[in-house]
Design a protein around this ligand. Structure first.
Ligand code: F6P
Length: 475
């Protein structure tokens, strides 16, 4: 049965996020639909594809308007999904102020511990408030009843819960914050922290990724002038949909993937799959691989790192810089160690579709997730889900939320280059039985904690609390 029916939510489920699950573009062959890279869409798409409902998001593709009807809903022939997708149109100045400015030059670096510091501009904040208001109005317009269940996603939309609450006081509003939540001393740098906290605390439930994020949020709530809001606050680690019955990887898959990326047959494969973001620790990963090649020359010619780096937020200087840096490091390492027949680093600086990414996971010996700081990191969970042959090793940053669940990964500190190099060496040397034991344990964790369980807990708590019943005791 549908989760919504079980929970008594009715049919009035509205998801609201900045990024849409599908982006339409014009090509010489006609309009194509693409799924953007990123954990939010990976997780939420699975839930809405099962539950139905309405998804409201910013329309950013150059064919997005042409694929919508007069109510800004994507026409049926362009959306092969059981939910409605309503697009919201933002002007260039709104994108620059709300998305690039306040969200990604302000809140994103505020919430992630990296070398990039946040920038706050009053004009960006004004756009942020206005755009949040526009999203909230779209929610009200889409609500079929006075008591919709509204799932608000992420740091782009922190004011939406309060703005929806003003118009629909009985709505069940669940906000999920996908990225880390900063400690109070750090949050104190945000000029509009009181407004942001008030916006969030109008929710029925505020969900964070990990117990540490939840504790930071509670400290922030304690410190804000308006005092404790009514929202129930807890950790709800996000996840993926566990794949149905899958064949074992075909014997030729490894060679096939190597051929696709120009890697010689028989070369062992390390794989990294990331958005090209400075939070992901890609330079540190490359440095560690370089160090490994120095320390263990017997690996020269024997192992390549295939790094997929999906372009992202390209208008921002910090993203242009990380992209330039990763390309330059790749070129330098390849010039230093590469031969006519072997490239140590193969950088695919483009997005890859889900099937290709799964093939890469299945063909690799080791998956590298070395984020400097990450809310959850669903690549780690996707890799585990793809390895039904119980082989392959995950090297995982302790600074990613996923590390709290995937204890059987080889856990590393993302700035400890020597430690990462040793972990990659250990992963390459790991006996098959140990790979199997670790993979089996991680698969048990992820298969039992899917995104449907995540949605059930979040929505279940939202429904219970809205109905005035006693909340589940907090952890
Ligand atoms: O939660 C992280 C996040 O901002 C998500 O909203 C999104 O899935 C991902 O990063 C991709 O970022 P963007 O939407 O800015 O391309």
């Amino acid at each position: 049965a549908r989760l919504l029916e079980q929970l008594g939510c009715g049919d009035d489920l509205i998801v609201v996020s900045n990024r849409a699950p599908c982006i339409h573009s014009h090509t010489p062959d006609g309009v194509i639909a693409q799924r953007p890279a990123g954990g939010l869409v990976t997780a939420l798409e699975a839930v809405l594809a099962k539950e139905g409902g309405c998804w409201i998001a910013h329309g950013s593709g150059d064919a997005d308007r042409d694929t919508c009807d007069e109510h800004d809903h994507v026409r049926k022939e362009h959306l092969d999904a059981p939910y409605r997708l309503r697009r919201l149109w933002l002007g260039e100045d709104e994108v620059a102020g709300y998305y690039e400015g306040l969200s990604n030059e302000g809140l994103w670096p505020l919430c992630h511990r990296t070398d990039v510091e946040p920038t706050f501009r009053d004009a960006d904040w004004e756009h942020y408030v206005r755009v949040n208001r526009r999203f909230a109005e779209a929610v009200v317009a889409e609500a079929a009843t006075a008591r919709p269940v509204v799932l608000v996603q992420d740091y782009h939309l922190a004011l939406v819960p309060q703005m929806v609450r003003e118009r629909l006081p009985d709505a069940v509003i669940v906000l999920f914050w996908h990225i880390p939540f900063p400690a109070p001393q750090r949050l104190a740098r945000l000029p509009w922290r009181e407004q942001v906290m008030a916006g969030l605390l109008a929710s029925t439930v505020v969900g964070l990724q990990t117990p540490a994020d939840r504790d930071n949020f509670k400290l922030a709530r304690g410190a804000c002038a308006l005092g404790a809001g009514a929202a129930h606050v807890d950790a709800y680690p996000i996840s993926i949909a566990w794949p149905g019955r899958q064949e074992l990887p075909a014997p030729g898959l490894g060679d096939d993937v190597r051929r696709r990326f120009g890697i010689a047959p028989g070369v062992r494969l390390l794989v990294g799959v990331d958005r090209m973001d400075y939070t992901k620790g890609i330079p540190e990963r490359l440095q560690a691989f370089e160090l490994l090649l120095e320390l263990r020359p017997e690996l020269l010619g024997q192992v390549s790192l295939l790094q997929i780096g999906a372009p992202c937020r390209g208008a921002l200087p910090a993203y242009q810089e990380i992209s330039r840096q990763v390309k330059a490091m790749t070129a330098r390492i390849n010039a230093r160690f590469g031969t006519d027949t072997w490239q140590p680093v193969v950088l695919h600086a483009a997005s890859a579709n889900a099937a290709t990414v799964t093939d890469c996971y299945r063909a690799s010996d080791v998956c590298l997730v070395t984020s400097l700081h990450d809310g959850m990191n669903l690549v780690a969970k996707e890799f585990v889900a793809a390895r039904n042959n119980l082989r392959g090793v995950l090297v995982l940053s302790r600074q990613a939320g996923a590390a709290a669940e995937l204890e059987q990964a080889l856990l590393v500190e993302p700035r400890d280059i020597g430690g990462i190099a040793r972990a990659i060496g250990r992963a390459l040397d790991m006996p098959p039985q140990e790979q199997t034991d670790r993979m089996r344990a991680m698969r048990a964790v992820v298969s039992q904690n899917t995104v449907f369980g995540w949605a059930a807990r979040l929505l279940g708590d939202g429904m219970r609390i809205a109905a005035g019943r006693t909340a589940r005791p907090e952890l």
